[in-house]
Design a protein around this ligand. Sequence first.
Ligand SMILES: [Ca+2]
Length: 198
Amino acid sequence: MNRRRIIGAMLVWMFVSGGCSSVLSPRPRPAEMNRRPKLIWSSKPEFQLGNRTLIGLFNDRNPRYPDDASLAVQGVPSGLDVSLAFDLFLIGTWDSTGELRDRWVLSLADGTVLVELQRFPNEYRDQEEKKPIGNAGKVQVRNRILDYWVVPQTVTIPSAWIQGNTVTLKMRGYLTGRGTEFWAVSEPKVVWTDGQIK
Ligand SMILES: [Ca+2]
């Protein structure tokens, strides 16, 4: 390769790796990477469970409680994925099978499903559901003492699915029990990722 062709190749490489790619997918500046997310809940009921303050309770069959939760994550730097980590608290006798089976869904505002749970750890040794297996503890909800289980959740929303600097998530449980099944979540930890860091 002669000198002129080498210089030409270098110029092409500089254009592709520099100017061109920065036009197609602008790299976030460090200041944007360090930007703190702002979390806005549509409604934010609080529920005290031991020393933890949770967002809940929710039950789509019981008018005393909200059906679902909407969470807007604001301030997302352009070009970055958003990862959320939180604990999901499944309180009571959630069913994985049969006519009383339940469902829990985390979706984007447009309905794109990110997490759909249909199998739950809420199991008992006995038919009367007095002897739970593997529960994290017990909690009083109105006049009932219910067992609860904790299921950590992590979800990543790719930057390509995010319009503008806000992504809105919706969480909803599809329950069959009015007074025996509830859910709550911890405040999510939110981080930006560039698709490389997992
Ligand atoms: Ca059920």
